[in-house]
Design a protein around this ligand. Structure first.
Ligand SMILES: N#CCCn1cc(-c2nc(Nc3ccc(C4CCNCC4)cc3)nc3c2CCN3)cn1
Length: 308
């Protein structure tokens, strides 16, 4: 796979997928549904004696235009990531012959950050939010060291493993930055989460570590607003743009208000230092935004040199 140096770094045996037999995967409940397909809670019980393990199985919606190719890239991406702040890959499962494929990962019992913050506001103080924010940063730092751009960093894609651990999930839009460039240009924007996008991503479909930093700023905002529906980024941007604006020109209006330096407001009771960090992440010029890694630290720099 020329695109993915991290994948090429694996030996052939490491590149093999762990296959979960469909017949031993017992459906328990639906965990989430999105434009990608669905995520189910299953028990993988090959011995048939209920000693199996709980797993999350993400299934592509067969009808969905997001092709099997994209799904296979997502599986490959997740299978080379080993970080405690990124949801753990377990393997794949096939059904309908080999027609449809599922991505098997660890099950995180507390669900997405959105639901968790809504239902546990009393348990999450500033200190806990900063712990979660630092864990997301460490996950993003690891991703960046492998030259990955997540492109869909948002509270809905952060999962809660325990009351003191969150993990980055959903690598459906993740791309690897080519060795000789510092950004990824997307051709087919598809259904884009534009309210989490940096201006250069909206205007030029340019995605980079700096545009992930912008999205991290929006995640900080969601965290410190307890993912409250009244502070939802899409809702506040649409209030500013005007609710009557129709789809094709929303991104144009959004780009304009960002150009005129309008930004999401400080969440209620948000510490001043945290809001100023959000504003730094939302600097219009991507070169001025805070960075997670200094370029030398990218682990794959050397492998890039090798392949040039
Ligand atoms: N990311 C992303 C978007 C797609 N998505 C991913 C998951 C997912 N959920 C869980 N766990 C999970 C989910 C919900 C609950 C409850 C919450 C209260 N209400 C009832 C349900 C509990 C635990 N574990 C996972 C995953 C993927 C890997 N492991 C769900 N949606």
């Amino acid at each position: 796979d020329t695109q993915n140096p991290a994948w090429r770094a694996l030996t052939p045996s490491q590149q093999e997928q762990t296959v979960f037999e469909e017949r031993h995967l017992r459906y328990i409940s639906l965990l989430g549904k999105g434009n990608f397909g669905s995520v189910e809670l299953c028990c993988y019980d090959p011995l048939g004696d209920n000693t199996g393990e709980l797993v999350a199985v993400k299934k592509l919606q067969p009808s969905k235009k997001s092709s099997m190719e994209d799904f296979k890239k997502e599986v490959k991406t997740l299978s080379v990531l080993h970080c405690e702040y990124i949801v753990k890959y377990k393997g794949v499962c096939y059904s309908m012959g080999r027609l449809s494929m599922g991505l098997v990962t660890e099950y995180l019992p507390y669900g997405s950050l959105i639901g968790y913050l809504e239902n546990n506001r009393h348990k999450v103080d500033t200190r806990r939010m900063l712990l979660f924010a630092s864990q997301i940063c460490k996950g993003m730092e690891y991703l960046q060291s492998l030259r990955f751009v997540h492109r869909d960093l948002a509270a809905r894609n952060i999962l809660v493993a325990s009351e003191s651990l969150v993990k980055i999930a959903d690598f459906g839009l993740t791309k690897i930055i080519p060795c000789n460039k510092e950004y990824y240009r997307v051709t087919q924007p598809g259904e884009s989460p534009i309210f989490w996008y940096a201006p250069e991503s909206i205007n030029e479909s340019r995605f980079s570590h700096e545009s992930d930093v912008w999205s991290f700023g929006v995640v900080l905002y969601e965290l410190f607003s307890y993912c409250d529906i009244n502070s939802n980024p899409k809702r506040l941007y649409m209030q500013q743009i005007g609710h009557n604006v129709q789809t094709p020109s929303i991104s144009l209006h959004l780009a304009n208000i960002l150009k005129s330096n309008w930004r999401l407001p400080a969440p209620p009771d948000c510490p001043a230092k945290v809001y100023s960090l959000m504003k730094e992440c939302w600097l219009y010029d991507f070169m001025e935004r805070p960075c997670l890694l200094i370029p030398e630290e990218t682990r794959l720099k050397s492998s890039c040199r090798m392949s040039e």
